[in-house]
Every structure is written in structure tokens, then in C-alpha cells.
Design a protein around this ligand. Sequence first.
Ligand code: AMP
Length: 221
Amino acid sequence: MSALFTVFLGAPGAGKGTQAAAAAQALRLAHISSGDMFRRAIARDDELGRTVCAYLEKGTLVPDEITTRMVLDELKGSNQGIILDGFPRNLRQAMSLDAALGREDRALGCVIYIKVAESELLRRLSARWLCRQCQAPHTCPNGEGETTCQKCAGELYQRPDDQPETVQRRLEVYFAETAPLIAYYRDQDKLCEIDGEGEVETITQRITEVLRDGESIGCQR
Ligand code: AMP
């Protein structure tokens, strides 16, 4: 696979992070998650973390200047194929990405859009708990009487922005700001829609097949 960029697009709860990590591992690509970069900065309590903390708590978008600079800095000079997860999140970010890649004579290959019904998104987000150590997602540990990670026995926790009021806000932000990117990339013939419901492994397989077959170029299905 050539050194191209693949964007993973989808609503909160669509499985973007899980699928981006799995595809990156299967295809030996780098995985850049803007949400993870922000969460790491918050955990370090550095200047970026203190600046963005309130936005993540409320479930609103971090201002474009901060996000775009952070992600584009990370991309600079990389000659490896990259999966971008959570960026771009609105049209301004998408245009900044196109412009930055164009300046370096590089290109966005394919946009994997993971499609999940809204009722299923709400169900997943309200039941999603993560492992503090390995970040593996689990379903509603309290209901199941389970409090440790099945993979590494780390402690499970609920992301503060997965609590009900914030989940609703994040979905509203997604439909208002991020969903227009579906048409933006479809018009560029870059969109590849993947059914995001079903077994995690089956969805990973659908995505990796598309990325392998399409060489990430014009893989609209
Ligand atoms: P995620 O882990 O992708 O769900 O992102 C968690 C939170 O990080 C979002 O609710 C936003 O507050 C912030 N965030 C992540 N990516 C972006 C982005 N591209 N633009 C603005 N804010 C973002």
C-alpha cells in the first residue's frame, strides 16, 4: 500500500476508534486519533490539556486552530501510510487538511465512513466502559457484574463524555458539524461506506478488505 492517508469518519459510538486501531494494526499503518491526543494532553495536565479540557467535558469541538495545528504537526514529514481517526470533524478542518496535503504533493486516499443507526449509537454509548490501561471497550460492566478488563485485567471506567447529557450533545455536534463531510467526500469520489453494525471482527474485515483492494484510491462503493 502506498503512503496515503485514510480518514475514518463516523458518529460517536460508531466504533471509529476501535476499527481504526484494528485496521492500523492489520495493515501496519500509523494511527492518529485527535481525541486520544487531547486525552493524553489532559492526563499530562500540560498547557494543551488545560486549554481543551472544558471542550471535551462538554462534548463540544475544540477550536479548529488548536486541533488543526496539533494534527497537521503530527503528520509533517511522515512517509508512512496513516489512518486519521476523529479528524477532520468539520468542513473547515477538511479543507485545511486538503490544502496541507496538497502543499506537500500528498493526497487523501479514501474515507471510511462507518454507518450506524442513531438508536444503536445511543445504546452503545450509554453502555460503553473502557479499560484505563489498554483502552479496550466493554459493555456496561455494572450490569454484568464485571469491573476489570477482559484483556489485561485493568480497571474499567466510563469516559466522562460518555455520560448521558454529554452523549446527547456529542451526537448533536456530530450531525451539525461532522455529518456534512459525508457529502463533501462523496462528491470527491473518496467515500467508502461501511455497515458498522454486527460483530467487531466482521466490520474490521470489511474495512481491511476495502483498504487492501482499493489501494485507498477512489474506493467509493
Ligand atoms: P473522540 O475521542 O474522537 O470522540 O473525541 C473526543 C473529544 O475530543 C470530542 O468530543 C471533541 O471535544 C474533541 N475532538 C476530537 N477530535 C476533534 C476534532 N477533529 N475537532 C475538534 N474537537 C475534537
